[in-house]
Design a protein around this ligand. Sequence first.
Ligand code: ADP
Ligand code: NA
Length: 326
Amino acid sequence: KYTKRIFSGIQPTGSVHLGNYFGAIWRWVELQNSNEAVLCSIADLHSITLPQNPQKLRENTLLMTATLIACGIDYKRSILFQQSKVSMHTELCWILSSITTMARLAHLPQFKEKSESLKNVPLGLYIYPVLQAADILLATHVPVGQDQAQHIQLAQDLVQIFNRQFGQTFPIPHTLINGPSQRIKSLRDPAKKMSKSHTDFKSRLNLLDEPDELLEKVKKAVTDFTSEVTYDPEKRPGIANLINIHSLFTGQTTEKICEEAVGLNTGQYKLKLADIVIEKLSPIRKDILRLTREPAYLDEVLKEGTERATELATSCWTEVTEKVFG
Ligand code: ADP
Ligand code: NA
């Protein structure tokens, strides 16, 4: 009944940085290109668990669609869709929420992290992982970063609870952690991951940054007081992060990169790396900007993806409703 399908999702937030690019989008493109069935969801339902401006949300949805296409997601091969347009995701979330306990959700780290600074915590933020479980129950494989492992565990538990209560329905979703597990680090504090939630905008390289911004940020990246270019993620995390980015862009090994950098100090090496980053990101940036000028085309892409995602979800949903409601 189920073939192997890969589920991935990304929130329609404005800027995509190199962490999202190498840690997520790049992997989906690789999976797609090795002929896997990839469902790629623009997770706007997840976004509204924190306040959003509707006009901005719509803009960001189109921008994320443009970004995914510019990065190599082929909407004919993969299913690129807007989460809120496939209402079965929300409906399945409701059913799953009825077999989830509040205690099970309370200690999930992402909730803790996101709710910490809030006076009034939205219920949506609390049950966010249940919606995520609903998303992935349609797939059998889920490519994730390490930070999502506990949410996948919840989805696996819910499958077991559901199947026990209502009879075998869902396969257990498997995790697919492909590619380098190395996180891209903040340029300003290599002890932290590169993230859009850091207030210092110089800490991340965005796909939409202008060449001179990229140069400026790479130049200002925090390294250490050793001038040689050597790769030691433990002792020299700053320069190692830059070498990792270099390696991901060019496919060269970190050894080879250091070999070629003999005689350069870290300052000179940064200029060389900035050239590479600019060369690799410029065509992507141009593509994103070109596509955002064609909203009708992007809407058409999303519409087609939504139709295909709906078709996929329907057979599963029919079975679920029969089992739950008799
Ligand atoms: P952010 O930390 O910027 O808010 P998200 O949590 O929205 O990023 O993550 C979106 C996707 O990008 C996830 O799959 C996540 O694992 C991946 N990702 C985010 N930051 C990094 C990073 N610094 N290195 C590698 N992957 C990352
Ligand atoms: Na985050």
